[in-house]
Design a protein around this ligand. Structure first.
Ligand code: ADP
Ligand code: MG
Length: 292
């Protein structure tokens, strides 16, 4: 390949808000078979809002919200913002927390007013020996609607189910359809549970959904796709996505995402529009045609 033609391609990308770190990325982009999207913040806005709070016996609505908000005050997860925003709207102030701990891919825990409080997913409750059987059907109902259901436990007893919903980005469906039209397989990768992920995957017509993946395992999933012969681009926005972006044949970072993701990505989508993934692939194909 002649570097000059590749540099023209890189320049065209820059004009379109697609920053490409080097001509060899354009060569790889032409051979892509698979695009893997992170869910939260990439296909969805990453601004979840609390939709349901169902207390189950051990506390009332406001107590449950106060306990969850107290723990989430120490978290930087997008889910935490949803809880804190609603508590603020309800005029509920978080309380002091002792021994706060964020458990990646699980949730948060700590002592509030002398009680051990847990807030997170089913995996967190199972790990801590909290019985969740009584709310299984309720969680599944929320998840079938594409909501993320979280559980609050207090001293080992289940206290509430809290559901939040994120909004799918309006341009995401068009991006998925255009990629498929280019003959590229589309995969969604998420730490969220399989039912919620499947509901969102269906709405976006995504062929393959890989859910319940711990942050530390996202890069391994990319490696497995590569071992199966795929040439993989990973599109993500978060701190958690950086190892997967680095492992992929091409890492594509959303411009509005974390600095770590942008430092790791070989391509940065300045306009934060996922449709620019397709524009980038088309550009690479057009560029390579001029070379061959
Ligand atoms: P994602 O792939 O969407 O970024 P994560 O791997 O960060 O997801 O988290 C996976 C799941 O773990 C979340 O859907 C949620 O159920 C639970 N979780 C993680 N962090 C928190 C938190 N701070 N509060 C409540 N739940 C959490
Ligand atoms: Mg994300």
């Amino acid at each position: 390949a002649t570097p000059a033609a590749l540099m023209v391609g890189v320049g065209r990308g820059a004009q379109a808000g697609i920053l490409i770190r080097g001509g060899e990325i354009l060569e790889k982009a032409e051979r892509l078979t698979t695009v893997v999207f992170d869910k939260t913040g990439t296909l969805t806005r990453g601004e979840p809002a609390l939709t349901d709070l169902q207390p189950c016996g051990h506390c009332d609505h406001d107590q449950a919200l106060r306990l969850a908000a107290s723990l989430e005050a120490g978290s930087e997860h997008p889910l935490a913002e949803a809880i804190l925003r609603r508590a603020k709207e309800a005029g509920i102030a978080p309380c002091a927390v002792q021994g706060f701990e964020a458990v990646p891919g699980h949730g948060v825990r700590g002592q509030v007013e002398g009680r051990t409080v847990l807030f997170g997913n089913r995996r967190l409750m199972e790990r801590e020996g909290v019985n969740v059987g009584q709310v299984g059907a309720d969680m599944e109902r929320y998840q079938a609607d594409g909501k993320t259901a979280m559980l609050l436990a207090c001293d080992g007893e289940l206290a509430a189910v809290i559901a939040v919903a994120d909004t799918i980005k309006p341009e995401a469906l068009e991006a998925v359809r255009s990629l498929r039209a280019e003959g590229v397989e589309v995969v969604m990768l998420t730490g969220d549970n399989a039912r919620t992920a499947a509901a969102i995957g269906r709405a976006l017509e995504i062929d393959r959904v890989i859910a319940d993946v711990l942050p530390s395992d996202k890069a391994r999933v990319i490696k497995e796709l590569q071992q199966a012969g795929k040439v993989v681009a990973m599109v993500g926005d978060g701190v958690n996505d950086a190892p997967a972006l680095a492992t992929a044949d091409i890492g594509i970072a959303i411009g509005s995402g974390s600095d770590v993701a942008k430092e790791t990505g070989g391509i940065i989508l300045v306009r934060s529009d996922v449709r620019d993934v397709v524009t980038g692939i088309r550009l690479s194909r057009a560029t390579m045609r001029t070379i061959k």
